[in-house]
Design a protein around this ligand. Sequence first.
Ligand SMILES: Cc1cc2nc3c(=O)[nH]c(=O)nc-3n(C[C@H](O)[C@H](O)[C@H](O)COP(=O)(O)OP(=O)(O)OC[C@H]3O[C@@H](n4cnc5c(N)ncnc54)[C@H](O)[C@@H]3O)c2cc1C
Length: 458
Amino acid sequence: MAKFDSIIIGAGQAGPTLAGKLTQSGRKIAFIERKLFGGTCVNNGCTPTKTLVASAYVAQKARTAADYGVTVQGEVAVDMKAVKARKDKIVADSRDGLEKWLRGMKNCTVFNGTAHFESPTEVRVGDELLTAKEIFINVGGRAVVPGFPGVDQVPHLDNVGILELDTLPRHLIVVGGSYVGLEFAQIFRRFGSEVTVIEKNSRLCHREDEDVSASIKAFLEKEGIAVRLNAECIHLHPNGNDIAAGVNCPDDGSDSIGSHVLLAVGRRPNTDDLGLDRAGVKLDKHGFITVDDQLRTSVPGIWALGDCNGRGAFTHTAYNDFEIVAANLLDNDPRRVTDRIPCYGLYTDPPLGRVGLTEAEVRKSGKPALIGTRPMTRVGRAVEKGETEGFIKVLVDATTKQILGASILGTGGDEAIHCILDTMYARAPYTNIQRAVHIHPTVSELLPTVFGDLKPLT
Ligand SMILES: Cc1cc2nc3c(=O)[nH]c(=O)nc-3n(C[C@H](O)[C@H](O)[C@H](O)COP(=O)(O)OP(=O)(O)OC[C@H]3O[C@@H](n4cnc5c(N)ncnc54)[C@H](O)[C@@H]3O)c2cc1C
């Protein structure tokens, strides 16, 4: 049995940086990764999708070049092989850099294989049995395959498979009108595919406010994406060489017929084949590892970080999990998950930057609140760029003047949201932003104006 001070399982967004900190503290560690270094984000999540979003943006700009007084000769075409090669290179550079760093790390032994717990202090990988007093689980998640009727009768793609395409789908059906599905829907529409989005809820991104959902739907439809909502009875079946996706029960013949189907209906944690029962680590009913506010599992000496603990579903939350664990364990700094302010982006074009509560959540809380809004048509930078879809919305506690939440759906929204986020972390009143002088011309420069023109939320 090989003895270590610590074992880390999974080279996602928390494990590698934790390895760096633990080895710096003098620990001898074992690092286990079963597949691709960098996990979901680097290999089949954030990095490849944002690379494709960039290619899709260029295609769209080329198509609308005349609006800017620029002439593009001939039809705009997308070379999917070249698009994929660009994406693969960016992903490989990131993955390889990370793997090289870990393999070269002093006091870190890398094992390739699937980790299984044998006991609370023992982990098997292949023929090796490793033991340590500290074990950190960073195993991430994977796409859910829903139990729709017919799902096993048709070929279907998930976020991994769709990123391997080097030819253009003639007609892509995206089942799931939320963050992952909508990014792919717009990417492939801009590449030249017909695209249909099927969503069981009554609106896209149903966790967002209704006006946000409506605006997203409007700009996607404007680009020619078909959106089918209220699809409560989704079923799939072969249709010649194509795939039919029905949305109603009983089947009323209004199927969408596509050449490819992407299933983007949620993620599940990779906790089912870890042998966690042998370690006594508790899971919740969805398979997420139960953790406390400092990411300790039910078993002393075992921590869970990233998507597998159900406390976040993003790269920044997984990375923050590393910071919380390292701060508590090594720096005597009691950082906690509940110190974190919820924030994320949706990388359609224009993007959505989100922080804190939605308007619906503020209303539900019953707090006296103030609201400020501004359409992107009244943001100079957006007008100059010819990108005026969307709007800014901010919500403030009327009594304490603390910012409760914001949505910036519009060009630069994913960046501009950070001045609001940082003000919230500083626990400063909104008047700090209102009185700040921002750079002209930016989207952020309008935030003082929006905060200066708040109205009661009635
Ligand atoms: C299409 C898509 C786009 C996304 N875009 C964004 C975005 O723009 N911004 C954002 O913040 N988030 C985004 N996400 C979410 C983000 O990718 C995840 O939240 C993030 O990768 C989670 O990191 P993690 O460290 O928890 O796990 P992962 O990155 O999934 O890493 C887990 C690692 O553990 C390994 N592993 C699993 N089980 C075992 C085992 N038993 N033994 C050994 N190794 C194992 C896996 O092989 C993997 O390498 C996106 C996700 C998808 C699917």
